[in-house]
Design a protein around this ligand. Structure first.
Ligand code: 7GP
Length: 833
């Protein structure tokens, strides 16, 4: 292609090629040009929104030239690419990240000041791209940052939801959901109206023969919806590599309306068709760690998977290689089971469309896919009714049955006469109605399966996927402990701490090799350094206190111990235990004499997180937190000794203010339930200690930072089953401190007791599935140790510094390198200037 362009033409293009701005002058020129042309405004009506728009457009121009270069070089070099398929990408804001990654934030700051704006006011104009629920979606976003920063040729594929996760308002202490229409202005996406794929649904399958007389299946009829690509550039840190996140948007196929219908006067139904098509990518399902088998969700999954595979296959075909080389060119990672239909779709493409024999196709498929599991909670494991699939994707269901048949034959060979194992591992659950078990399909169709922390990876191999380890052997299963990107979660969220660290670690190198943090440890005992460290923490707490004042009108004292639990609200994450603990603290303070009270450590208990709209218990927890807050915060006996705050609408951009401001954060899931957790890593990285259970990545954090720099408590995962059994069949005595808390709730101290009846009953009457009572005593006791430790500020700060110095392992760069080596077999491709 390159060689075919005549020399004079080429010279003209090269002469006029876009030059990126490199200095303040160039930046200002780009901003003013966008204000005066793209936005059709001027000096006289450029408000902060417009300044944000122009600044983003200026940076977007830069990203696009790097993006083009990256894509060209990746194509010409013909190396293997990684495709990360995820229904969720919780990206947050892009501008600040783009400025830091290209290394021009200071330039932009000075330029904006010159033009009359404060950079912080401009950054906060941006809507979060909130195309995810929680951990799984944010992990995908951190992975994209690492893939680009490490120069891996990689694409993300997802859905372009018109509405991201809902916005949360708290009204009278209750959560109210408000739609998140984030797309009114989004300079970070490029519509590719020329990149479209027609996606088929419904219809039926006809048996036929091809020209050679071979039996083939033809899927025909049904309806067609069009997928349109929207590309989002993903800049790496301190590298020109700019990867692509391709998000699909749904549209009626054949344009806006069905003109036939329209011209026949059937205006309404032509519009209805259009709206029905657009519904597919309209909204993100707001459940975290829960699957509800809704047809629209299945449509979303197939729509996204089919468009992405079509795109991947189209790109592969351009290389003119044979099909057997597909797995050498393409690695596809399934972010949980949501994209599992990709396995079936690739098999369908290879067999039905490309005409490959089944076994050869299946070999290609299984060598292409890897599957990451993110939870062991049974309510989150995806299953789809056979009837639903039969109707929506008839050919895919046949292929699933065939995959299952061949798989069960293999199992039978390995375990002859074991009918039970066949029943247990069958992809088709013989229930009423029959269900397709997506996790099993994902395992059978992948060459590697991984969990996201050591304990979690052990648990999946010994519990939910035990039989599959017996069938395939242990090598198919592995662990890749999660990580977070230090660019966003340290450098961007906590610029002062990042600068202080750089001053002791030989510059910014720790941002691309987090193990360099180790150099910090020698300063843990340095008085001067500790002072600077503590000042930064204090300033970050002041920043959060201001946010609390501005949003809730509550004054909190930044000198108090800030105790933070922010994450999705879920019974297994045990925010209920936290608020019961807060009530216990309140009761203890109330009992004290004024003199005794003076000796207590003042605390602010901060909560934040969304409840899935249909998760009633989670909403009760939010209500209890707010009800306790309104009593405690207005009790003049208590004053600054205890404040209870529920931060509204927790999201990525708020997390960037919250994580740097914690003294202690809570990661207190029932042992064995939290697959990894990633905010635990963010909080420690920002110089806060954590209180946590022996669960998920807390265990590995403990191993790294040392037991004296973390507050662990509670029962161990191996004891959970027995404890639950005892609750159900033994006599279950409630912890006496917890009982006192319940009695206070029942007295009406925090409002109508009936409102909180279900939270109390879950522990007292319904078996206390999450072991709140079993862990309550050690939880309270450990918080007492936290108070005590906090009293000695020198030692506390030393612990924080030591912990940060030992966090090098938890970079998402480390995880991406592990995936690249042990699952994808891909190499970085540095982009040349
Ligand atoms: C989450 C896990 O709950 C969390 O522990 C982990 O850190 C995170 O994934 C990233 O691996 N899982 C989900 O968000 C989720 O919804 C069900 O899983 C599909």
């Amino acid at each position: 292609v390159q060689a075919s362009i005549p020399e004079p033409q080429r010279a003209a293009w090269e002469k006029h090629t876009v030059k990126n701005f490199e200095d303040q002058d160039g930046f200002e020129r780009a901003v003013v040009r966008h204000v005066e042309t793209t936005l059709a405004r001027s000096l006289f009506n450029c408000d902060e929104k417009a300044a944000y728009a122009a600044t983003s457009l200026a940076f977007r121009d830069r990203l696009i030239t790097d993006w083009n270069r990256t894509q060209q070089q990746q194509t010409f070099s013909d190396t293997k690419r990684v495709y990360y398929l995820s229904l969720e990408f919780l990206m947050g804001r892009a501008l600040d990240n783009a400025m830091l990654n290209v290394g021009l934030k200071d330039t932009a700051k000075a330029g904006l000041a010159d033009l009359g704006f404060r950079i912080e006011d401009i950054i906060t104009q941006e809507n979060d791209a909130a195309l995810g629920n929680g951990g799984l979606g944010r992990l995908a976003a951190c992975f994209l940052d690492s893939l680009a920063s490490l120069n891996y040729p990689a694409w993300g594929y997802g859905l372009r939801y018109r509405y991201g996760i809902f916005k949360q308002e708290i009204i009278d202490g209750y959560q109210v959901e408000v739609p998140d229409y984030w797309l009114d202005f989004n300079p970070w996406e490029f519509p590719r109206h020329d990149v479209t794929v027609d996606i088929q649904f419904y219809g039926n399958v006809r048996k036929s023969t091809d020209a050679d007389g071979k039996n083939i299946s033809v899927w025909e009829g049904g309806e067609v919806v069009q997928a349109v690509a929207y590309d989002v550039p993903i800049p790496g840190y301190a590298t020109p590599t700019t990867n692509n996140l391709r998000l699909w948007s749904s549209k009626a196929s054949g344009g806006e309306f069905d003109f036939q219908k329209f011209n026949n006067g059937d205006y309404e139904s032509s519009v209805a068709d259009q709206q029905r098509a657009e519904t597919i990518s309209a909204v993100l399902y707001p459940n975290d760690n829960l699957e509800r088998g809704k047809e629209l969700r299945l449509k979303q999954q197939y729509f996204w998977v089919a468009a992405s595979l079509y795109d991947i296959v189209r790109r592969f075909k351009k290389s003119r290689r044979g099909w057997s080389e597909f797995p050498e060119q393409v690695a596809i990672q399934l972010n949980d089971t949501h994209p599992t239909l990709a396995i079936v779709e690739l098999q369908r493409i290879l067999v039905d469309i490309e005409g490959l024999p089944w076994d050869q196709a299946w070999n290609i498929v299984t060598n292409t896919f890897g599957y990451t599991n993110h939870t062991v909670l049974p309510e989150a494991l995806e299953k789809w009714p056979v009837g639903l699939l039969q109707n929506l994707l008839p050919r895919h269901l046949q292929i699933i049955f065939d995959i299952n048949l061949f798989f069960l034959q293999l199992v039978e060979k390995k375990f002859p006469d074991d009918r039970e194992i066949l029943r247990r591992v069958s992809i088709v659950e013989e229930s009423q109605p029959k269900m397709i078990r997506m996790a099993y399909l994902a395992i059978v169709g992948s060459h590697k399966v991984n969990g996201v922390a050591e304990l979690h990876s052990d648990l999946i191999q010994t519990t939910i996927f035990k039989d599959f380890v017996a069938i395939y052997g242990p090598d198919k299963f592995t662990n890749v402990t999660n990580g977070v990107t230090p660019r966003r979660w340290l450098h961007q969220a906590n610029p002062r701490l990042s600068e202080l660290i750089a001053s002791k670690c030989g510059g910014n190198g720790f941002l691309t090799d987090l193990t360099k943090l180790a150099k910090l440890e020698q300063f843990a005992g340095d008085k001067e350094f500790r002072k600077e460290w503590a000042e930064i923490k204090y300033a970050n707490k002041v920043r959060l206190a201001k946010h609390i004042k501005n949003t809730l009108g509550v004054t909190v004292n930044p000198a108090s111990l800030f105790d933070i639990q922010v994450k999705r609200i879920h019974e297994y994450k045990r925010q209920q235990m936290n608020i019961f603990g807060v009530i216990h603290r309140y009761l203890a303070l109330k009992k004290m004499s004024p003199n005794e009270r003076k000796k207590q450590q003042p605390r602010v208990s901060i909560f934040g997180g969304k409840a899935a709209p249909g998760y009633w218990m989670a909403k009760q927890i939010i209500h209890l937190i707010n009800s306790v807050g309104s009593v405690v915060n207005n009790d003049s006996d208590i004053g600054d000794l205890l404040k209870v705050i529920f931060l509204e609408d927790y999201n990525v951009s708020k997390a960037e203010i919250i994580c740097p401001a914690s003294d202690i954060s809570e990661h207190i899931s029932t042992a064995g339930t939290e697959a990894s957790g990633t905010s635990n890593m963010k909080f420690v990285l920002n110089g806060g200690l954590i209180i946590g259970t022996c669960d998920g990545a807390n265990i590995e954090i403990t191993r790294e930072v040392g037991e004296s720099n973390i507050f662990l408590f509670g029962n161990l995962s191996e004891d959970v089953e027995d404890l639950r059994h005892a609750h159900t069949y033994g006599s279950h005595a409630i912890d006496s401190d917890l009982d006192a808390v319940f009695q206070e709730i029942e007295k009406g101290t925090f409002g109508t007791p009936h409102d909180f009846g279900a939270l109390v009953a879950a522990v007292r009457q319904h078996g206390d599935y999450y072991l709140v009572s079993d862990d309550f005593h050690s939880y309270i006791e450990t918080h007492r140790l936290v108070d005590e430790a906090y009293r000695n500020q020198d030692e506390w700060v030393s612990k924080c510094i030591t912990a940060v110095a030992r966090m090098g392992f938890f970079s998402s760069d480390r995880c991406i390198n592990e995936y690249a080596e042990s699952i994808w077999n891909v190499e970085p491709l540095p982009i040349k200037e």
